[in-house]
Ligand binder design. Structure first.
Ligand code: ADP
Ligand code: MG
Length: 720
């Protein structure tokens, strides 16, 4: 057997399971031990200083230098007491991972450990090494990171990490967090105003997010033996195994012990970091799993998701495992996504997406439900763009994950409620009438979603007391789709508030005005509601009839970010300028191109240097055997048949690789980044990737197992 493949398999046979023990049986003993959280701040800071931090967090107030110095000093003392010598500003640049640059507390001149308030508040990492989409001309290669006090400081590894935003000197956002904070602020304002129509005591909203994270785990030696996994995060070749996921036996089955210990280990690390991980289970595909923390404030949840992915990656090393976050590491098997559970909770503690026993709260519930649906309807293209990536292209529209068509699932009970509201016509409400009863919204039963009502094929589903955006890619920073979601709903709520106010000014009763406005939205946004099977061909046809966008390729979906409407929307709410949108668009297209470029190179290299040579070796064996059979006067036609098949596939691979590389030369010359990205999608990926893969995968089924150079799916997915 091929050396590389055999060696990797030998290593795996000898693996043992490392048992993992938690620091204590009680999670509360170590939860957030590595976080400089409110409790630690309260006890470390003078009361006045602490209350200044609190108002910075809750009201976004600026922190003065003196306060910053006191906080910095307290943080440093805490870190030193835990044996930590370095600190870093921790941020999420547009590369997609997290970034840090470590500085020592030790000041050699003074001979002591120091953390100044100014260093806590602001740093200047060299921004030129991060993508900026051409925002900075070369002479202005500076950017700075600024502390975000609303996300707690933590210790990860041997370093004190200070969550920050990352912006250019001219003020443009160079990270994911800045626009998210601004969009959250926008929805906070407009949602609060809408809530005040129902309850004057509401003075703010908290936006909640809980991310379910899917991932694959494979042995590290096996991972290292597949150059495509190492370089591209996904296998560009590989026939799916005889036993894939058709038995559905992996889902909710028992977790293999090595993976179980890995999970336990990274969960402990997460808990120490204050990430409230709570559920773990197997996913649909072999070797696929899911982890979900409890929901938190959207900014913290977003930081936590990035941090958790980093923790999962590093802890996997200890267990000689590799965690894969790619949206589609293995063709033919389920891909990985991130389900974003999202809701809005008032300062008085009411989840506006929770149907209630109070009629008044139900009208508020319907207001938010219908406005969200309307926002998705009006901005489906933008929402689709927010989850665009080369990796996610393999999931969306691949008939096993949410399709590229955005739609909203409500379940039968709520559908009936909205239908009734729609058909009620203009209400006549007389004095003394119970309007809620007349409208049929005096009581909306608590939505109990049984499994039949839980449509897993919907990209945007209402799940009882929250919406769940399921089309988000597993490798993605969730800040991007959450920025868009917050923004489009913010805009919709603003419009709603204005329209209802106008109606009231014209003399309509407030409740009637609200209901009439909602009725208009229900009608206008009906096309986006879909209760059926989102994976089916019928839905694609139906969606087209309804005029819903269905942009399968991310390179094209990204256009929605730079339309005049999108620019106006982002600018109106001060989330991003047209320039920032253009820059991000450029970065995303570049990124898309780079991903496909790497894959194309891998396909050509692995195809020509591993697969074809193996096939030729096998051909020689066949030819020797065929000639020998002939010498003995025996029938050798079966040998000839195999030879012909092998020959055909070699020929396909060889000619297609040559063609692809030639065409790549042409495509690379296209100046405009967007056009080049689309050309990569249509002319390189679309034309050649599958054609070559089919030939390679057929060879995998023909060649002597001994000769096959690449680890097979069954070996990667079922051995542990
Ligand atoms: P599922 O059955 O889809 O796995 P769960 O009830 O387990 O759903 O919740 C999945 C995620 O949704 C968890 O992260 C959970 O904390 C989160 N979640 C629950 N309620 C809310 C809410 N009101 N807002 C946001 N996220 C929520
Ligand atoms: Mg879910």
């Amino acid at each position: 057997m091929s050396n590389q493949r055999q060696r990797a398999l030998d290593v795996v046979q000898k693996r043992t399971t490392d048992r993992v023990n938690a620091p204590s049986d009680k999670i509360s003993d170590f939860f957030a031990a590595d976080v400089f959280d409110m409790n630690k701040m309260r006890s470390a800071l003078a009361p006045e200083t602490f209350s200044k931090v609190q108002s910075a967090i809750n009201k976004g107030k600026k922190i003065d230098v003196e306060t910053a110095n006191q906080i910095a000093s307290a943080v440093k003392t805490w870190a030193l007491s835990k044996g930590i010598t370095h600190y870093t500003h921790w941020f999420q640049p547009l590369t997609g991972s997290t970034a840090e640059k470590h500085d020592s507390f030790f000041n050699a001149q003074k001979g002591v450990e120091i953390l100044k308030g100014s260093a806590l508040i602001q740093q200047e990492p060299d921004a030129s090494s991060f993508p900026n989409g051409g925002i900075r001309s070369t002479f202005e290669a500076r950017g700075y990171t600024a502390w975000d006090p609303s996300s707690p400081i933590f210790i990860w590894g041997r370093t004190l990490c200070i969550p920050t935003v990352f912006v250019s000197y001219t003020g443009e956002a160079l990270d994911y967090k800045t626009p998210l904070l601004k969009a959250s602020d926008a929805i906070n304002k407009t949602a609060t105003k809408v809530c005040q129509m129902f309850d004057r005591n509401v003075n703010g909203m908290s936006i909640s997010l809980g991310c379910e994270q899917e991932y694959f785990v494979i042995d590290r030696a096996l991972y290292n033996a597949r150059p495509d996994l190492v370089m591209a995060g996904r296998t560009v070749f590989g026939h799916h195994p005889a036993r894939g996921q058709q038995l559905d036996d992996h889902y909710f089955g028992s977790i293999p012990s090595r993976v179980y210990n890995y999970m336990k280990d990274f969960e402990i690390e997460c808990l120490k970091l204050g990430i409230p991980v709570s559920t773990r289970h197997n996913e649909v595909a072999p070797s696929q799993f899911e982890v979900a923390p409890l929901f938190e404030d959207i900014n913290v949840a977003t930081d936590h998701n990035s941090l958790m992915m980093d923790v999962m990656d590093r802890v996997a090393e200890r267990h000689s495992l590799k965690v894969l976050f790619h949206e589609k590491p293995f063709a033919g098997l389920n891909g990985s996504g991130k389900h974003n559970n999202w809701s809005l909770i008032t300062s008085t503690g009411v989840n506006v997406f929770q149907p209630s026993s109070s009629a008044k709260e139900n009208l508020q519930f319907l207001t938010f439900l219908v406005n969200t649906i309307k926002a998705i309807h009006d901005n489906a293209g933008l929402l689709r763009a927010s989850i665009a990536s080369a990796g996610n292209d393999h999931r969306l529209g691949a008939n096993e994950a949410p399709p590229a068509i955005m739609s909203v699932f409500l379940g039968s009970q709520l559908t009936a409620v909205l239908d009734a509201l729609e058909n009620n016509g203009d209400l006549q409400v007389d004095k003394g009438d119970n309007m809620y009863m007349k409208l049929g919204i005096d009581k909306i039963p608590e939505i109990i979603l049984d499994n039949t009502d839980r449509n897993r094929t919907s990209p945007f589903a209402f799940t009882g007391n929250k919406f769940e955006f399921r089309a988000v890619g597993s490798d993605q920073n969730v800040a991007e789709p959450m920025t868009v979601l917050n923004l489009i709903v913010a805009k919709q709520l603003k419009e709603f508030h204005e329209n209802v106010t106008q109606r009231i000014e014209k003399g309509e009763d407030k409740k009637i005005a609200i209901v009439n406005e909602l009725r208009g939205y229900i009608k206008a946004s009906k096309a986006i509601r879909f209760e059926g099977d989102g994976y089916s061909q019928d839905w694609e046809t139906e969606a087209e009839k309804r005029g819903l966008p269905n942009v399968k390729q991310s390179a094209r979906a990204l256009d929605a970010y730079v339309t005049d409407d999108a620019k106006a929307l982002f600018e109106d709410f001060n989330v991003m300028s047209a320039l920032e949108l253009e820059a991000r668009n450029e970065i995303q297209h570049e990124n898309y191109i780079m991903k496909l470029q790497i894959e194309a190179r891998l396909i050509s290299e692995l195809g020509m240097t591993q697969v074809v040579p193996a096939a030729i070796r096998y051909q020689s064996k066949l030819m020797a055997n065929g000639s020998a059979l002939k010498d003995f006067g025996l029938d050798n036609s079966h040998v000839k048949t195999i030879l012909e098949k092998v020959n055909g596939h070699i020929n396909t691979i060889q000619t297609q690789v040559v063609e692809m590389n030639k065409e790549r030369g042409e495509v690379n010359k296209i100046e405009n980044t967007r056009d080049r990205a689309i050309a990569y999608s249509d002319r390189i990926k679309g034309k050649y990737f599958d054609a070559i893969r089919v030939a390679v995968d057929k060879l995998e089924l023909l060649l002597d197992d001994e000769d096959w150079p690449l680890l097979k799916y069954r070996e990667m997915l079922f051995l542990r």
